[in-house]
Design a protein around this ligand. Structure first.
Ligand SMILES: NC(=O)c1ccc[n+]([C@@H]2O[C@H](COP(=O)([O-])OP(=O)(O)OC[C@H]3O[C@@H](n4cnc5c(N)ncnc54)[C@H](O)[C@@H]3O)[C@@H](O)[C@H]2O)c1
Length: 339
């Protein structure tokens, strides 16, 4: 069986490739990735020489390349992780988000229509639901919550979800969608919240916390996300949306405190900075549907998962040092310098 994983040189996609090859070494995994700033070929080093793995550098918006790939490889499953994924970057430059997240999805769906696949899975996000108020801890996002996007990033993801649903309805595409809460784990790009805090703490640099630090996120260990996607591919109902989240809500400032405590760094490193525009207050997923239909439950508790993640960043300094010493420095200055 051949599975095409787009965006597999990024954070979740690479973890999914490791997960899949570990569990199904008999399958062939093809990774299609453009290697944007967020894609890192060195991440895939552990599988690069495996006969079960093939890397193709390319853009999911490139119809000629995508069609050629489908024609030659005939993937049975397609899992689309490829995306521009950072909210802050979508505020400073929305266009590429619309291009990759929407048009890229459109290109993949067309290829599926042309060549036929067993399953197409769209990896989406809980951010399509907008946010929940902090004073209503009884509210959670369900699959029926209205789409209510706050950033160009979430709007581009919501648009792609609607396109996937239209392909199911109009063309009978065998597609599913998952909307996951915030992931953490190894190989996450340093601009994202947890690695940013970990790396700054390790470098004894200030930890920039947006606004009052009270925004709430529902954290999930990346491997639990990968397992959920496999369950959906194998047993999820075509045309359905599955929310993925583990009832693990944390205020940002409390995550920062935990990181500092684990790394033995003082709380004086915390530096409050002006808030992100349109910053969502609270995300919280109701995972009842995936639990009841597919038997999915998260297996990694937050404190254990965070310890594993910190250990990974401690043991893999060259991986993130290479990133933070390059063009990322310029981005960091733009985002947080003088804020
Ligand atoms: N990180 C999270 O917490 C989270 C939570 C829920 C959903 N998601 C979704 O999961 C997916 C993966 O997220 P991530 O955090 O791993 O992102 P990431 O930014 O770490 O990785 C994205 C990957 O996509 C590649 N890519 C970008 N544009 C491309 C294009 N046009 N063609 C081919 N490849 C391209 C990049 O090179 C990179 O390897 C995204 O769709 C995101 O919306 C992420």
């Amino acid at each position: 069986m051949t599975i095409l994983v787009t965006g597999g040189a990024g954070f979740i996609g690479s973890n999914f490739i490791f997960y899949w090859l570990d569990k199904h070494p008999e399958d062939k995994v093809i990774c299609l990735d453009k290697l944007t700033y967020a894609g890192n070929l060195s991440t895939l080093r552990p599988v690069m020489d495996s006969p079960s793995f093939k890397f193709v550098k390319g853009d999911i918006c490139d119809k000629k390349l995508v069609f050629e790939l489908f024609k030659n490889e005939r993937p049975e499953y397609v899992v689309n992780f490829a995306a521009e994924s950072h909210v802050d970057r979508s505020i400073t430059g929305p266009e590429v988000f619309l291009q990759t997240n929407y048009m890229g999805t459109a290109t993949l769906l067309e290829a599926c229509r042309e060549f036929g696949v067993g399953r197409y899975h769209q990896v989406s996000t809980d951010e399509v639901y907008g946010d929940l108020p902090l004073d209503r801890p009884d509210l959670f996002f369900t699959e029926d919550s209205p789409l209510h996007t706050s950033s160009p990033y979430s709007a581009s993801k919501a648009a792609a979800d609607l396109l996937v649903q239209s392909y199911v309805r109009t063309f009978g595409a065998p597609a599913t969608i998952s909307r996951c809460s915030n992931n953490y784990g190894p190989y996450q790009f340093p601009e994202k919240f947890i690695p940013l805090m970990v790396i700054n703490a390790l470098n004894d640099e200030p930890l920039p916390v947006y606004g009052d630090g009270l925004n709430v996120r529902d954290w999930l260990f990346v491997e639990d996300h990968c397992r959920a996607i496999e369950l959906i591919l194998r047993g999820g109902r075509v045309g359905e949306i599955y929310n993925i989240g583990g009832h693990n809500e944390w205020r940002n400032i409390d995550v920062v405190r935990l990181v500092l405590q684990e790394l033995n760094r003082p709380e004086s490193l915390v530096q409050y900075v002006s808030d992100r525009k349109g910053h969502d207050r609270r995300y919280a997923i109701d995972p009842e549907k995936i639990r009841d239909e597919l038997g999915w439950l998260p297996q990694t508790g937050f404190e254990g998962g965070l310890k594993r993640t910190l250990r990974w960043y401690l043991d893999n300094r060259p991986w993130w040092r290479d990133i933070v010493s390059g063009e990322y420095r310029e981005y960091y200055q733009k985002m947080y310098g003088g804020r």
